[in-house]
Design a protein around this ligand. Structure first.
Ligand code: NAD
Ligand code: TYD
Length: 369
C-alpha cells in the first residue's frame, strides 16, 4: 500500500523518529512534515534525511486551516498522521492556554481541513485516513492494584495537558461518528529514545548524570509509568494506519512498568558501568560522579511533588496485539541500553538543545538552502 502522508509535529521527538521509521519501512511513500517549530521542534533531529526527495518540510501551523487544505490538495495526500501538540505536563501546569490552543483548537482545525478536502460534493469521500496520536494520560490515574488501562477505560484526565488531549480524542471521534471521516487513534504510554527534548524524565536525568547535576525526583519517586521505546510506538502507529479499523482506538504499551526512582537508579547504574574503565568517557564527562570514582546515585535529590501528580499509568495492549499483531520489540534492558548509548554518542545534539543553538543550526543548515 502506497500512502502519502501529512505528518504534523514531524520536527518533535516522536515525529522525527516516525519520519525515519516510515521512510525506512515504506520506500515508495512521500511525507510532508508540517511543524510550527515551537521550542520542541528541532530540525537538527532530521539531519541526514532533510535532503531525501520523499520528504518535504513545511514551517506552518496546524491551526492554519487553509494552509493544511492547500498542502493536502497540492500534494494529493491521502493520510494525516497527527502528532503536533504541546506535550509536557509541567508546562501545562505553568500555562495551560497554549495546550488548549494547539491540542484542542489545532486538532479541530486539522479535522476541518481534512473534511473540506477529502469529502466530495454529494457527501462521498475520497480514500483517506486520519490517524490521531494520543496518550494513556487521558484515562487518569491508577492505584497500584487497578487493572491496566484499555480502550474501554472511561476518560478521567487530571492535568491541563491530558484534558486537552482527551478533548482532541473526542473531536476525532465526533468527526468520524457525525461526518464519516475515517479515523484511527492510538493511546500510548511514556515514550523514550533518541532525540527527546531534555525536559522529559529520561533525557533530563541522563544529561544531569553526565554533567554532575542534581537529579530532581518528584515526591517520593514511587509514581509508576509504563515505558515504551519510541520505535515500538512507531511500529504501533504504522500497524494502526495499515490494519486498524476506522473508528477504533488502540492502546500501545511497552510492558515496562517501573517506579520513577527505579528508572533513575537504572540510568545511574547504566552510565556508571559505561564510564568506569573508559578513559574517553571520563575525559568527556569529568563532572559525572562515576568519572572520579563516586556513585552517580549521589546526585539523586527528592524535590517538591508535581501538583496533581498521577500515581500510575499502565497499558493493556491486548487489543492491538490481537487485531494488529502489535508487540514491542524492546525490553527494558535493551531499550534503555540503546537510549543511554545514543545520548553518549550524540553529545553535539543535546548540547545544542541545552545551550539553545539548535535553533541556529536550522538557520545555517536548512533555511539558507
Ligand atoms: P514534542 O513536544 O517533542 O513535539 C511536538 C511537535 O509539535 C514539535 O515539533 C512542535 O514544534 C510541534 N507543534 C506544536 N504546536 C504546533 C502547531 N500549532 N502546529 C504545528 N506544529 C506544532 O512531542 P512528542 O513527545 O513528540 O509527542 C508527539 C505526540 O505524541 C503528541 O501529540 C503527544 O501528546 C503524543 N504522546 C507523546 C508521548 C511521549 O511520551 N512523548 C506519550 C503519549 C503521547
Ligand atoms: P514526564 O517525562 O514529564 O512524563 P509524564 O508526566 O507525561 O508521565 O515525567 C515522567 C515521570 O517522571 C512523572 O511521574 C514525573 C516524573 N519526573 C520527575 O520525577 N522529575 C523530573 O524532573 C521530571 C521531568 C519528571
Amino acid at each position: 500500500m502506497v500512502a502519502d502522508l501529512l505528518l504534523t509535529g514531524g520536527a518533535g521527538f516522536i515525529g522525527v523518529n516516525l519520519v525515519r521509521w516510515w521512510l525506512e519501512h515504506n520506500e515508495g511513500d512521500r511525507i510532508v512534515v508540517l511543524d510550527s517549530m515551537t521550542y520542541a521542534g528541532n530540525l537538527q533531529s532530521l539531519d541526514g534525511i532533510l535532503d531525501d526527495p520523499r520528504l518535504e518540510f513545511v514551517h506552518g501551523d496546524i491551526r492554519d486551516t487553509e494552509l493544511v487544505e492547500r498542502l493536502l490538495t497540492d500534494n494529493k495526500l491521502d493520510t494525516i498522521v497527527h502528532l503536533a501538540a504541546e506535550s509536557h505536563v509541567d508546562r501545562s501546569i505553568e500555562g495551560p492556554d497554549e495546550f488548549i490552543d494547539t491540542n484542542v483548537v489545532g486538532t479541530h482545525s486539522l479535522l476541518k481541513a481534512a473534511r473540506n478536502t477529502w469529502q466530495q460534493e454529494g457527501g462521498s469521500w475520497k480514500p483517506h485516513r486520519f490517524h490521531h496520536v494520543s496518550t494513556d494520560e487521558v484515562y487518569g490515574s491508577l492505584t497500584s492494584d487497578d487493572p491496566a488501562f484499555e480502550e474501554e477505560t472511561p476518560y478521567a484526565p487530571n492535568s491541563p495537558y491530558s484534558a486537552s488531549k482527551a478533548a482532541s480524542d473526542h473531536l476525532v471521534r465526533a468527526y468520524h461518528h457525525t461526518f464519516g471521516l475515517q479515523v484511527t487513534t492510538t493511546n500510548c504510554s511514556n515514550n523514550y529514545g533518541p532525540y527527546q527534548f531534555p525536559e522529559k524524565l529520561i533525557p533530563l536525568m541522563l544529561m544531569n548524570i553526565l554533567g554532575g547535576k542534581p537529579l530532581p525526583v518528584y515526591g517520593d519517586g514511587m509514581n509508576i509509568r509504563d515505558w515504551l521505546y519510541v520505535d515500538d510506538h512507531c511500529r504501533g502507529i504504522e500497524l494502526a494506519i495499515k490494519s486498524g479499523v476506522s473508528g477504533e482506538t488502540y492502546c500501545i504499551g511497552g510492558n515496562n512498568e517501573r517506579t520513577n526512582i527505579e528508572i533513575v537508579r537504572a540510568l545511574c547504574s547504566m552510565v556508571q558501568n559505561r564510564i568506569e574503565g573508559n578513559q574517553d568517557l571520563k575525559d568527556r564527562f569529568p563532572n559525572s560522579p562515576a568519572s572520579s570514582g563516586s556513585s552517580n546515585e549521589e546526585l539523586i535529590t527528592y524535590v517538591k511533588d508535581r501538583p496533581g501528580h498521577d500515581l500510575r499509568y499502565a497499558i493493556n495492549a491486548e487489543k492491538a496485539s490481537r487485531e494488529l499483531g502489535y508487540r514491542p520489540a524492546e525490553t527494558f534492558e535493551s531499550g534503555f541500553g540503546r537510549t543511554v548509548d545514543w545520548y553518549l554518542e550524540n553529545e553535539t545534539w543535546w548540547t545544542a538543545v541545552m545551550d539553545g543553538t539548535y535553533k541556529d543550526w536550522i538557520e545555517t543548515n536548512y533555511e539558507s538552502r
